[in-house]
Design a protein around this ligand. Sequence first.
Ligand code: GYE
Length: 302
Amino acid sequence: GGPDAGSGGGGTDDLIVGFSQVGAESGWRTANTISIQGSFKAADIELKFSDAQGKQENQIKAIRSYIQQGVDVIAFSPVVESGWDTVLGEAKAAGIPVVLTDRSVDSTDDTLYESFLGSDFILEGEKAGDWVNTEFADATDVKVVELQGTTGAAPANDRAEGFRNKVTDPKFDIVATQTGDFTRAGGKQVMEAFLKANPKIDLVYAHNDDMGLGAIEAIEAAGLVPGKDIKIVTVDAVKDGMTALAAGKINFIVECSPLLGDQLVDIAKKVAAGETVEKRIVTEETTFDQEQAKAALPDRKY
Ligand code: GYE
């Protein structure tokens, strides 16, 4: 319905959007879910929401069920980058526009989706790397361990790549790298193993705050002081991460914003109306050192 269609004539209130979320692995994810659900509610648009519990097969099932139900728009945050062409082809054949939210897919056919809304994860890894270069400017031998995100996920692949784009000086030695699945428990467990296997660790690069927080527990349990004996740089800047940064246990955080809800509503309305949208919409983000975290913390909403 156009402007004169009257109520019930195909306005926003008739739209139905299906969203498949990754899971509830981190503070970031929880904030992202709250943002998306809140924004659709505020816009009075029906949102069908499903939690894939970290499994691609569950997301594929959810997308197929949204196609079957004939929703107007499908949005999802892909658990991993690969393996989406078939199901996205099915959505396309059904004439349902798809919006990638937060994470991307590695499909070479970009007609399979309308837009990708989310952060530049390579840039985030590069920002972490820039900080490392400055922080260790005078050091000669720096042993680094890396806690990677979920294997095959865009932010894990890209944050690893961005970091390596910058941390190129041969004085840096990435002695261990392993996935902690973006969870606090995973970060703790992997860090415990790293500490046992490596007599000297100078720096932890964790792909998200939660794994960094888990690493802090492991470091303290080993009788070492996080932020001093072992420095820590993470990505996200959720409240628990910022609290640890302000307390001196983390040294630097690269922000990744989970507040994608309002932009997603806007994109969903446009693609449902057949309007073209930007193929790539990048989230704006900053970085925080310990003093900046202290200043930002009182107003931090998530
Ligand atoms: O950094 C991490 C979450 O895809 C950007 O997923 C997101 C990442 C975020 O589990 O905490």
